[in-house]
Design a protein around this ligand. Sequence first.
Ligand code: ASP
Length: 585
Amino acid sequence: MFRTHTCGELRLTDNGKEVTLSGWVQRIRDKGSLLWIDLRDRYGITQLMLEEGVSSDELLAQARQLGREYVIRVTGRVSERSSKNPQLPTGDIEVILSSIQLLNASKTPPFTIEDKTDGGDELRMKYRYLDLRRNPLRQNLALRHRLAMETRNYLDREGFFEIETPYLIKSTPEGARDFVVPSRMNPGEFYALPQSPQTFKQILMVAGYDRYFQIVRCFRDEDLRADRQPEFTQIDCEMSFVTQEDVLRTFEGMARFLFQKVKNIEVGPFERMDYATAMKLYGSDKPDLRFGMPFVEITDLVKDSGFGVFDQAELVVGIKAEGCSDFTRKQLDALTDFVRKPQIGAKGLVYVRYQADGSLKSSVDKFYNEERLRSWAQRFDARPGDLMLILSGPANATRKQLNELRLEMGNQLGLRDPQKFKPLWVTDFPLLEWDDETQRFYAMHHPFTSPKPEDIPLLETNPGQVRANAYDMVINGVEVGGGSIRIHDRELQKKMFGLLGFSDQEAQNQFGFLMNAFEYGAPPHGGIALGFDRLTALIAGYDSIRDFIAFPKNNAGRDMMIDSPSAIAPQQLDELALKIVQKLQ
Ligand code: ASP
């Protein structure tokens, strides 16, 4: 028998019991006359004890041979500790050993297996099995497991079927780049790994399955930005005979259920905001609503003063930082440097201090007298003690810059508490996005998204203005997921492909299967997909998803543990009818 109990289980009520435990040696403290071993498994840590004179010399000698991460089985008697450790669930007891059996030795690990490890990222990824032994990662994966289980519980209760869709599918040019897999049986032909099961879930609706979900891996060969994984997991869902309202209600319900179950938090009903409002008030389609600071536009109040920057600007817009009028020159210079960073790209920052004595001082006093500044302050609804931070320039770019500044101010003022959750739905996204470079429209969500019925006439006259029945779930400024009501009419779908620059032939080649399915009674349908890695990280209060995935890839898309991607044997290449023309080093 390897164990009677786990290492996280014993309590004072077990005092006096003979027990057997198995686990890894976390730490040995040898005080000469007394020797302690912390024994660890997935469930916790139990302190083991040996005492000179009480324990046999042989046993003590055996214990002194052990090293960190050795795997042992021990037997002993549970005993009340004289100095208890309230931090540890097993901290009231220790086990006085009568035998130790070595099950396996271990090399000295390259970093410490502690909550705060000394290992760098790359090293931890190379030895992921050691990293995964650490508490924080174990807790992350436990949370992930719980969320997956509760997601299944909720969706099952709501009548959803969990159905698997294939991983070897067909490459489509839309969206991100595909990962492709050569087919040995069909030389020169390739499968693609799915960027999402989108078309399959829609076909399941045509097949009459009514409500589908899958916790599913998706693959996107995008240029890797920080904290993007080439493979990631979605909670993917689709429903038939629903309006947008039904979808929002179902998944708002799910998110609230998950917060309740795993965090014991009632996040309350979600706020709703349409895309146009989100962009106007926050310069972002995923506003962080844990704090206010909405944008205030003053373009009409600043003209004809001789201040060329404002005179020429399409948009002059700012935020009000309450109680910040005493920001020092140094702080304001730092904010100016912040908005001037190339990633943000503003030319400069104008500020107005509404001083405690009621007077107004600005960085543009040369051009604006106090009376004019007061009209700005009025628009901002500012009070003595407040600070106004103002940017100007082309409307879209300026809003994006101010969004960054708003978030930075939120950080500086401690308004973005990771344990506070503020969810919202952003709705009415534009259907299409114009790309100057390729001179064509792209689907903002994907080509299967339905336009708002009242906007359909605009498809002919002003496609850029058409709004979609598309929505995003946003929590704390993070896009947790998105979806839409789909097109279920073959003709409309055809028109959409046309707008996206597909010839009839191309549309038929790429999506013929879906168009054909639509000829056999496609029900009205819609759905959503939530990023499962991101949702888990967010609920845990973290930004980065990497430590919520058991075996993630690094920022260069490499799996450091198995050292992949890697070359394959010439024989494999031959079998696949592939030839490496050039290997870039
Ligand atoms: N398939 C979409 C995505 O991955 C989500 C959806 O529309 O349901 O973003």
